[in-house]
Write a protein that binds this ligand. Structure first.
Ligand code: ZN
Length: 322
C-alpha cells in the first residue's frame, strides 16, 4: 500500500487540496477556484485534473496514493459518495465518489464538509483523538460535527450534527434553511451583525450607530473590535451569543457526553470573552458530571481542518481498519 493521503475540501469559492503523510503531516497544499457555472458540472473534472497535475509535479508514483477524501457542502447519505443538495455549489444529486474514482482510478471517500472539519480537528488539531467529541464552526453559517463512541455521526439521511439548525429562538429571524430562529441566525457572523443592527435601530447614537454612520456597514469583526475597546453594547452581544451557544452545547453534551468541545470559524476570533461566556453558560446548563469531564476550547487548524479531516477519512477507512 502507498503512504500518501489526499484531502479535498469543496467550498463555495475555492476548493482546497492537501497531500498528507499517514502521520498527518502536510506535504503540499493548494487551492483552485470553485467553478459554479453549469450547475457545478466542472467541479469534479477540475479536482481530478489538479490532482493528476500535482502528482506529476511532486514526481509521485500513483501507487503512493492510498486514496482521496472529499468534503462537500451538502447532505451525504452514509457511504454512498452521493451529495444530495450541494449547498452553494449548485449540485442537486451528484455521484461525487464514483465519478471521481472513475476518472482518477483511486479509492474515494466522501463526507459532509463540517463533519470532516470535526474529524480533522480531532485528528491533528485540538481534539487529541477524543472518542467523544463535538466541533462547531461559527462562520458565515454555523456548521457542526459530532463523534460519539469513536464514530462520526451522519444519521439516516446525512443530517446528524447540523448544529446550526437547532432552533434557539422560536419565531426568530428567517434562516437559509427555510426555518426561523436557528442557532445560525444568532451565532454566525451574519447573526452577530443582525444583533448589532437591532441595537443601532433602537439607539443610532450608540458607538455601533456612529460606526455605521461613518463606514456605511458593520461586520462581526467590527463588533469584536468595539467590544475589546470597551463598548458595552458589543460586549453584551458577545456574552448573549456565548450564552446561547453554551445552552445549545450543554444540550448536545447531554446526548454525547464529550471530553472535548471545539469552537472554530471566524466568529471564534472574538476570542476569550466569547469562550468564557460559552463556558460560563455551559456550566450553568449542563449536568455537573458533564462539565467535570468536558474541556471547551478554540479550534487550531483554521481553514485547513476540512482537508485534514478528508485525509483522515481515507486513513480511517483504509489504514486504521486493516
Ligand atoms: Zn436553519
Amino acid at each position: 500500500m502507498g503512504n500518501i493521503l489526499i484531502g479535498v475540501d469543496i467550498g463555495g469559492t475555492t476548493i482546497k487540496v492537501g497531500f498528507f503523510s499517514i502521520e498527518g503531516k502536510i506535504l503540499d497544499k493548494y487551492e483552485i477556484p470553485t467553478n459554479k457555472n453549469d450547475n457545478g458540472n466542472q467541479i469534479i473534472p477540475d479536482i481530478a485534473h489538479s490532482i493528476t497535475g500535482k502528482i506529476k509535479d511532486l514526481i509521485l508514483k500513483k501507487e503512493a496514493i492510498i486514496g482521496i477524501g472529499v468534503g462537500a457542502p451538502g447532505f451525504i447519505v452514509g457511504d454512498s459518495g452521493i451529495v444530495e443538495e450541494g449547498v452553494n455549489i449548485g449540485w442537486k444529486v451528484v455521484k461525487l465518489g464514483s465519478e471521481l474514482k472513475e476518472i482518477l482510478q483511486l479509492p474515494v471517500f466522501v463526507g459532509n464538509d463540517a463533519n470532516l472539519a470535526a474529524l480533522g480537528e480531532n485528528w491533528m488539531g485540538s481534539g487529541n483523538q477524543a472518542s467523544n467529541f463535538v466541533a462547531i464552526t461559527l462562520g458565515t453559517g454555523v456548521g457542526g460535527g459530532i463523534i460519539a463512541n469513536g464514530q462520526l455521526l451522519s444519521g439516516v439521511n446525512g443530517t446528524a450534527g447540523e448544529i446550526g439548525h437547532i432552533t434557539v429562538v422560536p419565531d426568530g429571524y428567517p434562516c437559509n434553511c427555510g426555518k426561523n430562529g436557528c442557532l445560525e441566525t444568532v451565532a454566525s457572523a451574519t447573526g452577530i451583525v443582525k444583533q448589532a443592527q437591532e441595537i443601532i435601530d433602537v439607539n443610532p447614537q450608540s458607538n455601533l450607530g456612529q460606526h455605521i454612520a461613518e463606514h456605511g456597514r458593520i461586520t462581526a469583526k467590527d463588533v469584536f473590535d468595539l467590544a475589546s475597546a470597551g463598548d458595552q453594547d458589543c460586549q453584551q452581544i458577545i456574552s448573549q451569543t456565548g450564552d446561547v451557544l453554551g445552552l445549545v452545547l450543554s444540550n448536545i453534551a447531554t446526548i454525547v457526553n464529550p471530553s472535548k468541545i471545539v469552537i472554530g470559524g471566524g466568529v471564534s476570533k472574538a476570542g476569550k470573552p466569547l469562550l468564557d461566556a460559552i463556558k460560563h453558560s455551559f456550566s450553568i446548563y449542563a449536568l455537573e458530571r458533564l462539565t467535570e469531564v468536558c474541556d471547551i476550547d478554540t479550534a487550531q487548524l483554521g481553514n485547513d481542518a476540512g482537508i485534514y479531516g478528508a485525509a483522515y477519512l481515507v486513513k480511517d477507512n483504509l489504514v486504521n481498519n486493516k
